[in-house]
Design a binder for this molecule. Structure first.
Ligand SMILES: Cc1cc2nc3c(=O)[nH]c(=O)nc-3n(C[C@H](O)[C@H](O)[C@H](O)COP(=O)(O)OP(=O)(O)OC[C@H]3O[C@@H](n4cnc5c(N)ncnc54)[C@H](O)[C@@H]3O)c2cc1C
Length: 313
């Protein structure tokens, strides 16, 4: 059966179960930080882990391709959009272990849809340190577990104890941090084809500290970010830093700071940030990416590797 017929067969099943929540042909530009991305055949926001598991299971039973969307902060969705079911993860439960006598650590368990800056602030209020680095990182815990998100010398690899996953076979399993084979902004999950393993929840180990100290560290990180990164519609860092150098420095030295294709621009503030000035297309953005890669390769013989992921048809 062709994919569009499988999607058509899935539609009445998801609307029966999830009521008015699923949308057909939803523009994904409404759900990414770059404000780019064509339509999803079916877009479904979920707010609980059980609903998330059920939605994934429905797609699998109908052999409909599935894409897990977190905050859309690290992906560039093509103008043709994503075929099949796109599940937007809005799960939001957080559990913070009560203080344990004799222990300086506490375990925080968060649904994969919890937004990083929100969780960081909640931990700060509890006087828990170790997650301050995430205060300015948009996106969800799920996306951060997949990408090994990090900043200011720390990352998920240093914070995660274990995560609960839905396996490709449909089992719910907890996997320890080592299982994720973390490296710079990547993991075993980032290297998977499609959304085969789904992150459901994550356990972080944080250290007891004074709320004022934690707050001060967070504010410091926010200030550093504000002074070095552009506001507006971006995907964060476009390229990974090549060993011993910085992607932004190379792009700037290649003379491309401020370079534009249509309404997509290499930021005038930081050349590793590519901005949608308003009305850009994903095609413009892809052309800008290719220009940066070609020019840096020609001038400096360095192959810039994408940090973001290009997805869609
Ligand atoms: C202004 C700005 C600043 C940024 N700064 C940083 C930074 O300092 N450090 C950093 O590391 N990143 C940074 N980023 C990038 C981004 O915030 C992170 O990569 C973040 O972890 C992406 O999470 P997300 O929920 O948006 O994932 P998405 O972009 O929605 O998805 C990313 C990938 O993860 C998969 N995925 C998402 N959720 C799940 C799930 N529950 N189960 C299975 N797969 C899933 C998706 O299918 C996709 O393949 C920045 C981005 C912006 C826009």
């Amino acid at each position: 059966m062709p994919q569009h017929e499988k999607v058509a067969a899935l539609w009445p099943v998801v609307t029966e179960r999830f009521g008015g929540k699923p949308q057909a042909n939803e523009p994904l530009a409404n759900h990414t930080t770059s404000r780019l991305g064509g339509p999803a055949d079916i877009w479904l926001p979920v707010t609980t882990v059980d609903d998330l598991v059920e939605a994934v299971t429905m797609a699998r039973q109908h052999h409909v391709s599935l894409f897990m969307l977190g905050g859309g902060a690290n992906i560039l969705i093509t103008d043709a959009g994503i075929r099949g079911l796109v599940i937007e993860n809005r799960t939001k439960t957080v559990h913070i272990e009560p203080p344990q006598s004799g222990s300086n650590n506490r375990i925080v368990t968060a649904d994969s849809g919890v937004v990083l800056p929100n969780l960081t602030r909640r931990c700060a209020r509890e006087g828990l340190s170790g997650f301050e680095w995430a205060v300015g990182v948009p996106g969800t815990i799920g996306g951060a577990v997949v990408n090994n998100a990090g900043a200011y010398g720390s990352d998920m690899a240093a914070t995660l104890v274990r995560a609960e996953l839905l396996s490709p076979e449909g089992d719910r399993v907890w996997q320890p941090v080592d299982w994720f084979a973390y490296d710079y902004r990547t993991s075993v999950l980032k290297r998977q084809a499609g959304s085969e393993w789904i992150v459901l929840r994550a356990e972080l180990r944080l250290t007891v500290a004074s709320p004022d100290e934690v707050e001060a560290r967070m504010n410091g990180f926010n200030e550093r970010r504000k002074s070095s990164q552009p506001p507006g519609a971006t995907m964060g860092s476009m390229f990974k830093n090549p060993p011993g150098d910085y992607a932004g420095r190379l792009i700037e030295a290649a003379g491309l700071k401020g370079y534009r294709v249509g309404q997509a621009q290499i930021s005038t503030v930081h050349a590793n940030f590519f901005q949608n000035l308003g009305g850009a297309t994903a095609t413009d953005m892809i052309a800008l990416i290719q220009t940066a890669q070609q020019t840096v390769a020609e001038k400096f013989n360095v192959a810039l590797e994408l940090e973001i992921e290009v997805v869609g048809e």
